[in-house]
Ligand binder design. Sequence first.
Ligand SMILES: Cc1cc2nc3c(=O)[nH]c(=O)nc-3n(C[C@H](O)[C@H](O)[C@H](O)COP(=O)(O)O)c2cc1C
Length: 365
Amino acid sequence: MEPIPLMTPYKMGKFDLSHRVVLAPLTRQRSYGYVPQPHAILYYSQRATKGGLLIAEGTGVSDTAQGFTDSPGIWTKEHVEAWKPIVDAVHKKGGIFFCQMAHVGRVSNYDYQPNGQAPISSTDKQIPPQTQLDGTVTEYSPPHGLTTNEIPDIVNDFRLAARNAIEAGFDGVEIHGAHGFLIEQFMKDSSNSRTDKYGGSLENRCRFALEIVEAICNEIGPDRVGIRLSPFTDYMECFDSDPETLGMYMVQSLNKFNILYCHMIEPRMTIVEGRYHIPHRLSLMRKAFNGTFLAAGGYDREEGNKVVAEGYTDLVVYGRLFLANPDLPRRFELNAPLNKYNRLTFYTSDPVEGYTDYPFLEEST
Ligand SMILES: Cc1cc2nc3c(=O)[nH]c(=O)nc-3n(C[C@H](O)[C@H](O)[C@H](O)COP(=O)(O)O)c2cc1C
């Protein structure tokens, strides 16, 4: 039988992966009061496989980092203790588990901030209200553009959070440098009009991201550090006039730190001849990056096998399909049919429905 490219082993630094199907970071908003809950033990262990890589949902690095109800944190002792049994359960199944270090920056409002203060950002430019899929409108408060002197404290928050993640037992961390959140607010020219050493030139706009990378590498070692980037996306009014150059500058700079992996989001899918089409614009960055490369955004089994076989990426990251199919690697191995995801329960707070009740193959056949 022909080997299935997605199911072939891969050595990612010191981690022996038995296949290339990675769980994407997925915010599920079921960590009540920002504290990870026992129901996450089942959720993550359902998706764990021996030698499979899981990336935990966006996890707040500090009390200014939050912008979603009940997304988890990792800045207090209570958070660390609450993560431990979840990480243990993944390890018991042989999984490799990274924690996504997140700070939403201005994608927040006074209600999520300590003492009702303004959310922090690269800028004091507010995001206009956004209409959600369910028709509700989300409002964002006017942010406080960080002063130059305030920035080292935020970098330090990321460093401490990474230390906490390792203390909780995670194998490593993924820095969330994507999707219009704080790090991207600095990187992209639509949301950075600063005139200090963190604004203006590309080098200056990427300085904040790279200071975080450096601080975390010094704290936990570069062999446990990954980063997620989305130079092509335009979420939350964050876009760049030259995404290719931004992406290339970042991967070349990351090489200097020898980090473990770079995880990149594809540009938005387009419909070509009635079928969704992934633009595959990450080639140059993949070639320039020295570590492991992860690609995400719109992949299915066929497209994932294709890009691994072609060497376009080392690993393929699955979001919605893995959310709805706890045994996704096995289904890919068998080319079995997939459960459909239910968008309506992505972010609801029920500890079971739409979370741990998606059936396994045996149950659905
Ligand atoms: C419910 C949901 C929650 C998400 N939460 C996060 C998150 O916490 N961090 C992140 O970087 N991306 C997040 N994303 C984006 C996914 O990681 C992924 O990039 C996206 O779903 C595209 O991949 P897919 O086509 O395989 O679903 C989320 C997506 C969904 C659907």
